[in-house]
Design a protein around this ligand. Structure first.
Ligand code: ATP
Length: 444
């Protein structure tokens, strides 16, 4: 039997999606010309536009439209004491097992059978704790004092700046800090495309409260996380909450809910919401000897605030959005592949075509419409390459919600342009002067 015939439909979806991402310029394998570097991915122009749209929606919902959130962009390299205080040096480890036969390595806690190699069926050795931080040296001396790590989470860049925010902005509790940035984890087995990478982006909030308020804040952010999931257009029936039981939670957390998404390869963690108590600020107070307490003018008490942490993987969002949008159907008797992306995240919102490519009058008019829409909406492209059917298919594949075509009627009778809807293939005739309003109403 061929390899393809033995693969599941879910594997095929992932294979087809990865192929589309490469073919259309969304995501490339990292260092591809050298055979790649496992667990790294390079965003190409369309993937970057998609990722930036998601990033902007997040920043808008969680920072811009609120008056209690302070954005930061902390350094990736931090003083090694940070990671001692946070518990990462001693405890940020996964159990690694190696197959005695094929030598492949796995994370033991992710195996169905912890004794048997999932690749060759061979016997697995004893588990060893493997610290996932990437170690490096800062400066010319390669000694223990110069050790640093590429940050494995963005969170600590906020905790270490807690006092700076208090001293410069004088916020009253409750308030939060927010950050979007890279994180690095030397994952034992990177897999499932963007899902488990060694270099990825997080969008995190550390929200500080009086401990008596932790439960209502937790509920507030759970609701906000689901609202964000709706912002990026994910199918709500594929999203669920998983209450992480005692014993399975991270050492700092008193309550954790994982928000899971039904990826083609299974239901897996998309985001996490944790009640980190006062663990981090207490630890940093102890290790740095800087007092990270807060004076509450209302209660006349001084205490270390407690922290609620909504944590989002940006790349896992990109992957969820892409797998959710990937659709194969039939339109006008022809098979097609398209991305049913929400307009809010689609990299290109509108494509403008002249009906034919070698009619200068059509091209001039289409250029005029293109410039008008580009000025208004930004993410607009012009395409006069190949026949119109091919152009539609190209735009469908990258998830462009609307195609605007200029034809001879536009020129001769001033009869407006056609606007084609990606999902239904239906076309509407829209007067030129109403075009911007029409597209805005349609969600662009
Ligand atoms: P997992 O159990 O899947 O390893 P985690 O619980 O260790 O994830 P957190 O430490 O809570 O993950 O990180 C917060 C968020 O960062 C996750 O919800 C996820 O969206 C993202 N994330 C974590 N590890 C990776 C990774 N290796 N690649 C891509 N995104 C990741």
């Amino acid at each position: 039997m061929s390899k393809k015939a033995t693969e599941s439909a879910e594997d095929m979806v992932m294979e087809n999606l990865i192929a589309l991402c490469k073919r259309r310029g969304f995501i490339f394998q990292g260092s591809e010309i050298y055979g790649g570097l496992a667990g790294t991915w390079d965003y190409a122009p369309l993937g970057l536009m998609l990722k930036n749209n998601i990033r902007k929606l997040w920043w808008r919902r969680f920072v811009e439209i609120r008056d209690d959130m302070y954005g930061v962009d902390a350094a990736l390299l931090m003083n090694q004491r940070t990671w001692e205080a946070s518990g990462h040096v001693s405890g940020f480890a996964d159990p690694m097992v190696e197959c005695k036969k094929c030598k492949h390595r796995f994370r033991q806690d992710q195996l169905a059978d912890p004794k048997k190699c999932p690749d060759c069926g061979g016997q697995l050795g004893e588990a060893q704790q493997f610290n996932m931080m990437f170690k490096t040296h800062v400066g010319a001396n390669q000694d223990s004092a110069s050790v640093s790590y590429l940050r494995p989470e963005t969170a600590q860049g906020m905790f270490v700046n807690f006092k700076n925010i208090l001293d410069t902005f004088h916020p009253k509790l409750p308030f939060g800090m927010a950050q979007i940035g890279k994180a690095f984890r030397n994952e034992i087995a990177p897999r499932d495309f963007l899902f488990r990478a060694r270099e990825f982006e997080q969008m995190e909030i550390e929200y500080f409260v009086n401990p008596k308020d932790w439960e209502k804040t937790f509920e507030h952010f759970l609701a906000e996380m689901h609202a964000f999931i709706a912002d990026v257009g994910l199918t709500s029936s594929k999203v669920s909450n998983y209450e992480v039981p005692d014993g399975d939670r991270a050492h700092y957390s008193k309550r954790t809910i994982d928000i899971e998404f039904a990826y083609p390869f299974g239901k897996k963690e998309l985001y996490g919401l944790a009640y980190r108590t006062d663990f981090d600020l207490k630890q940093h107070t102890e290790f740095s000897k800087v007092n990270l307490s807060y004076y509450d003018e209302e209660t006349k008490e001084r205490y270390i605030p407690h922290c609620i942490e909504p944590s989002f993987g940006l790349d896992r969002t990109v992957l969820a959005v892409l797998t959710d949008a990937y659709t194969e159907d039939e339109l006008g008797g022809e098979k097609r592949i398209y991305l049913k992306l929400a307009t809010s995240v689609a990299p290109v919102k509108i494509a403008v075509f002249p009906l034919l490519k070698n009619k200068p009058a059509l091209i001039d008019k289409a250029q005029e419409v293109f410039k008008l829409l580009k000025k208004e909406f930004g993410a607009v492209v012009f395409d006069d390459n190949g026949n119109i059917g091919k152009r539609y298919r190209r735009q469908d594949e990258i998830g462009t919600p609307f195609c605007v075509t200029v034809d001879f009627d536009t020129l001769e009778k001033g009869a407006g342009v056609t606007v084609r809807n990606r999902d239904t293939g239906k076309q509407a005739r829209v007067a030129e002067q109403e075009l911007i309003a029409y597209l805005k109403k349609a969600g662009v």
